[in-house]
Design a protein around this ligand. Structure first.
Ligand SMILES: [Zn+2]
Length: 427
């Protein structure tokens, strides 16, 4: 029997209905109280993972529960679901404690109400660990560190490429599939509307969110949301672990990030636990690991790091592409052998923009690059030597760059505000 979706929205109840499998797609209806409705574009959560096949309802519902739980905590709601996996259910208070310590400008309340807690276990031989693979520096470093375990790569369609963008996804999918072929690994994808169903512009502009200045996706959703999507596959493949690569390190504190060892390492489902990998490494350490790893293998390491990743390629025009190119140079590697294609002129223009236009909001990355270049006696191209400036802080961030950024943000807000209004009128 499946739970019916509670239609009474006058109470603080988030109600998750029974998952329905149709072909490859699990559809999970949900309802939210009136006050949360502006934050959602739909009342159906869906995910597709052909390689997971059909799994017990108490497992299939986890992707939706994992992505909606933060709403219950932040907006003090009871999240109701008919059945849930016992290991996951018992992990939830620990995950919430991680959130409590992380998102300390919010008072987290709410609760999880379940009719049936189901004890799921995998019989027989355990499978390979899953490794969430975006193709970026963090994910490649985790693959390099755990290559002996032959991890099963999992890429999520709907995380950085829109779940309704097949052409962008095709490139990402081909990239992950070719990496898995080159390295003799299994590969699966999970597609979901877990981001598309949320209106982040309205949510992030809500009084609750503006008061703490957090961003929902980054600060409260992405870790638990992405690991949750891998849970059905982990169960189906009897994976003992789900690796999720770190983005931050201890030295980056204080930060408010939904993916952290204090949260991710408590995520568990059936006989599988998540592991937040590489937290002790800086980004430069990770690039060093990858460049070293590439020297010992025949296959190419092709990084996919770009902010404008909807095209599936590195644009070699954005700050993140530029930063990664510089990190590879500082590791003694050739960026053109790691998935970056650019001419000398394009490189010079990119470096000029880095020095004069882009506000480099994480100067610590550039301090690390400069230290690595100096320590190793690397000779950078002349146009990149701004990173060795004695006053790197003011190269990274200054009045001109701030004004330029404000000017751009103003234009973007105007555009998206008009788009939202047009979409609201259409409904
Ligand atoms: Zn880029």
């Amino acid at each position: 029997m499946t739970a019916s979706v509670n239609s009474d929205t006058s109470f603080n109840i988030i109600s998750i209905g029974g998952p329905v499998l149709d072909g490859y797609r699990y559809s999970i209806p949900f309802s939210v109280p009136e006050k949360l409705k502006p934050f959602f574009r739909t009342d159906e959560f869906w995910f597709e993972c052909p390689d997971a096949g059909e799994v017990p309802e108490s497992i299939a519902v986890i992707p939706a529960v994992a992505n909606l739980l933060p709403f219950a905590w932040v907006f003090d709601c009871e999240l109701r679901v008919d059945s849930i996996d016992k290991t996951f259910y018992e992990a939830v208070p620990h995950i919430k404690r991680g959130y409590d310590n992380m998102a300390c400008d919010l008072i987290l309340k709410g609760s999880l109400a379940v009719n049936r807690v189901v004890d799921n276990h995998c019989d027989g031989e355990i499978g390979s660990p899953l490794s969430l693979f975006s193709g970026g520096v963090d994910a490649w470093c985790t693959l390099a560190r755990h290559s002996a375990e032959k991890p099963h790569l999992v890429t999520v369609w709907g995380a950085d490429v829109d779940c309704e963008n097949p052409s962008g996804w095709k490139k990402v999918d081909e990239h992950s599939a070719s990496v898995s072929r080159d390295y003799g690994l299994s590969y699966s994808y999970v597609r979901s509307n877990f981001r598309n169903l949320i209106n982040y512009r309205i949510l992030d502009a809500s009084p609750t969110m503006t008061a703490c200045d957090y961003h929902w996706w980054y600060s409260l959703q992405h870790g638990i949301g992405i690991i949750g999507l891998a849970a059905p596959l982990a169960y189906a493949c009897k994976a003992p672990r789900i690796y999720i690569a770190s983005s931050n390190t201890e030295m980056d504190k204080p930060y408010v990030c939904a993916s952290d060892p204090t949260i991710d390492n408590y995520f568990a489902v059936a006989d599988c636990r998540a592991f937040h990998d590489g937290y002790e490494l800086t980004r430069q350490d990770k690039v060093d690991t990858i460049v070293q790893y590439a020297k010992g293998i025949a296959a190419q390491v092709s990084l996919r790091v770009c902010y404008h990743v909807q095209s599936g390629k590195n644009c070699c025009r954005c700050e993140k592409c530029a930063r990664t190119i510089m990190e590879i140079l500082a590791s003694g590697g050739n960026p053109r052998e790691f998935g970056f294609t650019y001419t000398s002129l394009q490189f010079a223009i990119l470096m000029w923009r880095m020095e004069h236009v882009f506000r480099l909001v994480y100067p610590e990355f550039y301090y690390d690059i400069a230290a690595a270049v100096r320590d190793r006696g690397i000779t950078l191209p002349v146009t990149a030597r701004w990173v060795l400036s004695d006053d790197l802080a003011s190269v990274c961030d200054n009045k001109f760059k701030r004004n330029w950024e404000r000017f751009h943000a103003f234009g973007a807000n105007l555009y998206h505000g008009m788009k939202d209004r047009i979409n609201t009128n259409k409904r």
